[in-house]
Design a protein around this ligand. Structure first.
Ligand SMILES: CC(C)(COP(=O)(O)OP(=O)(O)OC[C@H]1O[C@@H](n2cnc3c(N)ncnc32)[C@H](O)[C@@H]1OP(=O)(O)O)[C@@H](O)C(=O)NCCC(=O)NCCS
Ligand SMILES: CC(=O)OP(=O)(O)O
Length: 324
């Protein structure tokens, strides 16, 4: 196992952290859940129809020992309905809440919100929007964080980089980008990475001028204002952020010197395309998107994920729960 995940495993092992998997019949989820339970890393809570989960496990020859199963359709938890209506502040009636909470992701998110579980992992079979909307509505962001964002930890052998936002904010403004940079730097520290943040663009230090490039350089200034100790610079093209010899030519005075390890993309088009290229052409494992700045850990998967990705994201989710 890659060193990073071995360290995470050592930290969370045996702590009885409960992680909800709201896609209880997905084979990748079931395979990862079996392994996580057998290794005593977490207690997986599988959401779905009990008989369907058991039938799928039998078909795949997997054990469900050490896991828990909840079927929202067979347990009506009145406490959840009351709490949901209150949290939605007039945006959902009791009748609507009763229907909404039959949805596996909403139900699983309520388990986390009401402290019956420590975190949630979903998205192997659902789109990001459907996975994160319950968390945005119920769990919400921590005080001081305006918007959540989605970061990938990109891993290949001993190389580790963070890419953000690859999942949530479609058209971030300069304030959003500054917040994404600061939150991603915090996430980097969770992985023992000392952040050197590059704010990406199609221009390096004014080589092109447009509202798009100015948005990124404004974000750099804003992030420095909010956190003067953060090592951050831009705007950079990727080569100027990553290749020291190119940095010498394009940005000789930058403190990053072509050695960035945290990359903040200017919008979701660039971020989502960028991480998938590094994953599929560059052979990096892409673990995430890890949602940053929420009150409790809820993390998304790509529908293209492997069972190893599920296992690793569950480890990260457990680690976030321990840190909260
Ligand atoms: C994240 C996303 C689903 C939110 O859109 P939405 O469901 O239409 O959200 P709404 O604007 O209706 O807002 C719903 C709630 O979420 C909150 N919200 C929206 N974006 C948020 C963010 N980035 N951070 C925190 N809260 C957010 C809203 O404030 C609102 O809260 P409220 O209902 O309590 O007032 C949407 O921005 C999206 O689809 N992003 C792209 C996802 C994607 O496809 N990524 C690529 C694959 S990873
Ligand atoms: C993160 C992401 O891109 O998710 P999906 O591949 O499921 O759209």
């Amino acid at each position: 196992m890659i060193d990073l995940f071995r360290k995470l495993k050592d930290k969370v092992e045996g702590k009885n952290i409960k992680i909800v998997f709201s896609e209880g019949t997905d084979p990748r989820i079931l395979t990862a859940a079996e392994r996580l339970a057998a290794e005593n890393i977490i207690i997986p809570i599988l959401i779905g129809k009990r008989e369907e989960i058991m039938a799928k496990a039998l078909e795949l020859n997997l054990s469900l020992a050490g896991t828990e199963i909840y079927d929202p359709k067979s347990v009506i938890i009145d406490e959840f309905i009351v709490a949901f209506v209150e949290r939605r502040k007039g945006k959902a009636s009791e009748e609507e809440a009763r229907k909404i909470l039959l949805d596996e992701t909403y139900f699983g998110t309520m388990l986390v919100y009401r402290n019956k579980a420590d975190g949630l992992v979903s998205g192997a079979a659902h789109s990001t929007a459907d996975t994160v909307r319950p968390a945005l509505q119920i769990i919400k962001t921590k005080e001081g964080v305006r918007k959540t964002s989605g970061v990938f930890i990109m891993v290949r052998e001993d190389k580790k980089y963070l890419f953000a936002d690859c999942a949530i904010n479609i058209a971030p403004d300069s304030q959003d980008l500054a917040e994404i940079a600061i939150e991603t730097a915090k996430t980097a520290k969770m992985f023992d990475i000392e952040p050197r943040v590059a704010m990406l663009s199609f221009s390096t230090k004014g080589s092109a001028k447009s509202p798009e490039t100015e948005k990124v350089s404004e974000a750099v200034n804003e992030a420095k204002k909010r956190n003067p100790l953060l090592l951050i610079d831009g705007e950079f093209q990727f080569d100027a952020a990553f290749v020291p010899s190119v940095a010498k030519k394009k940005a000789p005075d930058s403190p990053i010197q072509g050695d960035a390890n945290v990359f903040v993309f200017p919008n979701l088009e660039a971020g989502n395309i960028g991480y998938k290229i590094a994953q599929r052409l560059g052979n990096f494992s892409a673990i995430g998107p890890i949602l940053q700045g929420l009150n409790k850990p809820v993390n998304d998967l790509s529908r293209g994920c492997s069972e190893e990705d599920v296992y690793r994201l569950a480890l990260i989710t457990a680690m976030q729960a321990l840190n909260d």
